[in-house]
Design a protein around this ligand. Structure first.
Ligand SMILES: O=C(O)c1cc(=O)[nH]c(=O)n1[C@@H]1O[C@H](COP(=O)(O)O)[C@@H](O)[C@H]1O
Length: 235
């Protein structure tokens, strides 16, 4: 396949959802130049994977640290301060006002960008009702996006289903990072609000987060390249 434009390639964020640093290194090796942006979440971070952030950054890759912080403001701020110097591009927090304010204040001018997770892509309206919310997904995502914007958060995590509406609210520059990406024919798994890569880009997503459709593919490199090609065609 022809070499991808790095600007298209880096709109794909591959979730390194693997159980060990060894498995992560093996996958990074396999994916090679096809991937320029990785996400390290609970599974890898709790298995000793945080030092990989600095290693990947030194190797010229971008890194999204997905720890979805949510605690009292002081604890969130101290946690963000501990992450500021790792060289990551993005860090997630849940989109609660105290949490977002603390994270934005603590990231200072370190270069780390704070993403607020609006409503998880595995939730639908009835899951929100079960959790005690009186808003449905669309209204809660929108309300949280407006709060995040007012607080000065750098970007939002939402499903691609909300991307077009949010793009109209936050303008052209804010990062809209969308998990819940499923290439045509891929299994949804536990995701409830999903779209194909092409449709997510057309809807206004700046970045797509993809885990299992790449990590569990028979040929992960080919799967990543196919998504980047879809991004390049849809933009
Ligand atoms: O913050 C995230 O990255 C995230 C938010 C969200 O609402 N939904 C969601 O799936 N994610 C993450 O995105 C990745 C999606 O993985 P797959 O469903 O395997 O493609 C996982 O690492 C999730 O933790």
């Amino acid at each position: 396949m022809a070499q991808a434009d790095p600007a298209d390639r880096d709109r794909l964020i591959v979730a390194l959802d693997v159980p060990s640093v060894a498995a992560a290194n093996a996958m990074i090796e396999k994916l090679g130049d096809s991937v320029g942006f990785y996400k390290i979440g609970y599974q890898l971070a709790y298995a000793g994977g945080l030092p990989l952030v600095e290693k990947l950054a030194r190797a010229g890759k971008k890194v999204f640290v997905d720890l979805k912080l949510h605690d009292i403001g002081n604890t969130v701020a101290r946690g963000v301060e501990s992450l500021n110097s790792l060289g990551a591009t993005f860090l997630t927090v849940h989109a609660y006002p105290q949490t977002m304010k603390a994270a934005v204040a603590a990231r200072g001018d370190s270069g780390l960008k704070i993403l607020a997770v609006t409503v998880l892509t595995s939730y639908d309206d009835s899951d929100l009702a079960d959790a005690g919310y009186r808003f449905g997904v669309r209204d809660l995502v929108e309300a949280r996006a407006r709060q995040a914007l007012a607080i000065g958060v750098d970007g939002l995590v939402c499903s691609p289903e909300e991307a077009a509406n949010l793009r109209g609210i936050v303008g052209p520059d804010m990062a809209l990072v969308t998990p819940g990406i499923r290439p045509a024919g891929a299994a949804a798994g536990d995701q409830k609000r999903i779209m194909t890569p092409a449709r997510a880009i057309t809807a206004g997503a700046s970045h797509l987060v993809v885990g299992r459709p790449v990590m569990e593919a028979a040929d992960p490199k080919q799967a990543a390249e196919a998504i980047v090609a879809e991004i390049a065609q849809a933009k």
